[in-house]
Design a protein around this ligand. Structure first.
Ligand code: SF4
Length: 381
């Protein structure tokens, strides 16, 4: 069935908000938050640790911390609390992105049960299962993902337990990887160029003869497709394959993006068909799926990536994140003077809806003679 991705119009008179048809919280994040809070409720007096940030959302993580939950690592795997501090009595929650087999083993070795407090999203586990299937058929696993992202590190750990594996972060790296398939580049160069991104004893001469691609669940769909297509084409040319026998060298896999990533991206594409003045994307600055929504919007119109309404300083100034430079920047006169002002709004999979509501209310307060929220609700009845 064809899904409707037209945005919802909130017509406030001088301000028109076009809200993406799908945005915000996904199943995996809701499930993880629910398990985490239940764990807190059911275990009074116990020390509760989270292996790393639950999800990439500062408000949710702060809420958990205020309930006494402590983070063991930051997003990049930097240890904040030593494993030596843990005892078998402690609870350690595995976050929605999952974790590496090595860390799981380490915790189990300390007597800590990881199965009971594991919030790994089923869509991430699906990627691990897909990798295992490919591995069983003797394909090397190419993982398209951000090499330092927890989910990609976890997927790499699971994949490399079964087959030679290598991570490519983008098309540029994919093009370079292809040069080892064709023999244009030497294995010495590979070890330098892909440092920290390949499994132990990776041999470019034999481990790139049969390959399959999986991805971090939150990548940009168009990038993921282009990367798989490129590698497939390289294999076809190198081994003179046809569509009838390409699967001898290139595993027949569809992408492993999750439903929320796909729906949120498709909804942004639908929303971008509206002729608007600007877009606001709400979400955590280190959220992969949110950054891709920003990328899509930026292609079309001025886009402001903010973590909450607090970043909207006034009707004149907005503080927003540039994920290329990893810095917040201040922009003046972001709202046009003409009326009505048309704004597209969406949010990432780890962003509570209340934050989006906060953003809409903050902007609406800058306009006079707007339709009040009760009348607006009536218009939907
Ligand atoms: S973004 Fe997708 S994979 Fe990640 S937690 Fe949400 S549903 Fe799961």
């Amino acid at each position: 069935m064809k899904k409707d991705f037209t945005p919802t119009l909130l017509d406030l008179g001088p301000l028109q908000i076009y809200l993406a048809r799908h945005f915000g919280f996904c199943y995996g994040v809701e499930n993880a938050i629910e398990i985490a809070f239940r764990t807190v409720d059911e275990n009074p007096g116990k020390r509760i640790f989270l292996l790393s940030e639950m999800i990439h959302n500062p408000q949710v993580n702060a809420d958990l911390q205020s309930h006494g939950v402590r983070f063991m690592q930051d997003n990049y795997g930097k240890q904040l609390i030593s494993f030596d501090e843990l005892t078998a009595d402690d609870i350690v929650i595995i976050p929605a992105f999952g974790t590496t087999l090595q860390l799981e083993k380490k915790l189990n070795g300390l007597g800590i049960q990881t199965e009971k407090y594991n919030t790994t999203c089923p869509f991430v586990e699906k990627v691990w299962n897909r990798s295992e299937q490919i591995a069983k058929k003797n394909y090397t696993i190419i993982i398209h993902g951000k090499p330092k992202h927890e989910e990609t590190r976890a997927t790499f750990s699971h994949a490399s337990a079964n087959a030679p594996s290598v991570v490519v972060k983008d098309m540029q790296q994919t093009i370079e990887l292809a040069k080892y398939i064709t023999g244009e580049k030497s294995s010495e160069q590979f070890y330098e160029e892909f440092k920290g991104q390949f499994s132990e004893n990776f041999d470019t001469a034999k481990d790139l003869e049969r390959i399959g691609v999986v991805n971090q669940t939150t990548m940009l769909a168009s990038d993921t497709q282009a990367i798989a297509d490129h590698l497939k084409q390289v294999m076809i040319e190198k081994y003179k394959l046809t569509s009838a026998n390409v699967d001898e060298r290139f595993a027949d896999t569809r992408d492993t993006l999750c439903y929320a990533t796909l729906e949120n991206q498709q909804a942004v594409s639908g929303m971008l068909e509206t002729d608007a003045d600007l877009a606001i994307v709400v979400g955590g600055y280190n959220s992969s799926n949110t950054s891709h929504l920003v990328e899509l919007c930026e292609e079309k119109l001025p886009t402001y990536f903010i973590s909450s309404e607090e970043k909207i300083l006034s009707a004149k100034e907005i503080l927003h994140y540039n994920f290329y430079t990893k810095k917040e920047i201040l922009t003046s006169d972001y709202l046009p003077t003409k009326k009505p002002v048309k704004i597209l709004i969406t949010s990432g999979a780890s962003c509570p809806d209340a934050l989006v509501e906060g953003v809409i209310k903050k902007i609406a307060a800058f306009f006079s003679n707007t339709i009040n929220s009760e009348d607006l609700v009536k218009s939907f009845e």
